[in-house]
Design a protein around this ligand. Structure first.
Ligand SMILES: CC(=O)N[C@@H]([C@@H](O)[C@H](O)[C@H](O)CO)[C@@H](O)CC(=O)C(=O)O
Length: 295
């Protein structure tokens, strides 16, 4: 097995970013979120500029600024994956080169979305990135948000490229997940839905990437490790508490509530970028209650 694949296993927070009221990156706040993830959530790595980082709402310069600040804060404390996928292929390549020069351990790219691209076009997108960026790549598959559903054979075609080392699999399709695991034992598979972490861990994924790990990383790690050592009853208990928390977070507003919980922990998580709305006063109170009850 590729050395990189072995080194990159583990739990990654899909990193939140702190923005001020004007929508600018709040550098101090971002550094605090990074430190909280490493020092308190105890995660193994960070997935930077993914959905949770509000990547699709910010400019190319802001994406670079975030890659820069995060690498500077992390050094080599944990692994770093740079999500560089974009509808503008030139931007994807530019960001991939930028993050690679900064020393990111791997890049990841969401499947191209909005226009209904066929698989030939999806393949061409990844090939262009791979030909122009000197780094390993993790496919980011999230069909519910992109509309791109790939089957086992199509994953296999993408995996044929040596630099495609794995996939971030964010779908509730456990049949396909099991088939991918079984067929490609040497590729990295990260589970993407935090509420399904135990089920994915039982299928022997190599790790997970999640938004709620920014605040609930220790429990996520417990679930993953308990499942790996076959302690399923114990893991189920931790997943139950985790899902109580995730259910409340989803009801209240996903990213806004995670930020509010972080703020309750004295982390300068800031606000979300427009058009995401802010929490109501009631929502803020509920987030505080979650922090006190669960964390
Ligand atoms: C759409 C989304 O936010 N998905 C999350 C999950 O962690 C998700 O928030 C969580 O399971 C709650 O449903 C991750 O898969 C996303 C992620 O890793 C990313 O930020 O790119």
């Amino acid at each position: 097995m590729n050395r990189k694949v072995i080194e990159m296993k583990g739990l990654y927070s899909a990193l939140m970013c702190s923005f001020d009221e004007q929508g600018q990156v709040n550098e101090q706040g971002l550094r605090e979120i990074v430190r909280h993830n490493i020092d308190v959530s105890k995660i193994d790595g960070l997935y930077v500029n993914g959905s949770t980082g509000e990547n699709f709402l910010i400019s190319t310069d802001q994406k670079k600024q975030i890659f820069d600040i995060v690498k500077d804060e992390v050094g080599s404390d944990v692994k770093l994956i740079a999500q560089i996928g974009a509808l503008n292929i030139d931007e994807a390549v530019e960001l991939g080169q930028f993050a690679t020069e900064l020393g990111y351990d791997a890049i990841s790219a969401v499947t191209p979305f909005y226009y209904k691209f066929d698989f030939e076009e999806v393949t061409d997108y990844y090939t262009t990135i791979l030909e122009n960026v000197d780094n390993d790549l993790i496919i980011y598959s999230i069909p519910a948000l992109t509309g791109v559903n790939m089957n086992l054979e199509q994953f296999g075609e993408l995996f044929e490229h040596e630099k495609v080392i794995g996939v971030k699999f964010t779908a509730p399709d456990f049949f396909l997940l099991e088939r991918i695991r079984h067929t490609f034992p040497d590729k990295l598979i990260y589970s993407g839905f935090d509420e399904m972490l135990l089920s994915a861990s039982v299928l022997n994924v190599d790790g997970a990437i999640g938004s709620t790990f920014n605040v609930n990383g220790q429990r996520a790690k417990q679930i993953f490790e308990l499942a790996q050592s076959g302690q399923i009853d114990e893991a189920r208990e931790v997943q139950k508490v985790t899902n109580d928390l995730i259910g409340e977070i989803l009801d209240n507003g996903l990213y806004q509530t995670i930020k509010e919980i972080l703020k309750h922990k004295d982390v300068g998580a800031g606000t979300c970028r427009k058009p995401m709305k802010s929490l109501t006063e009631d929502g803020v109170i509920r987030a505080k209650q979650m922090a006190e009850k669960y964390l």
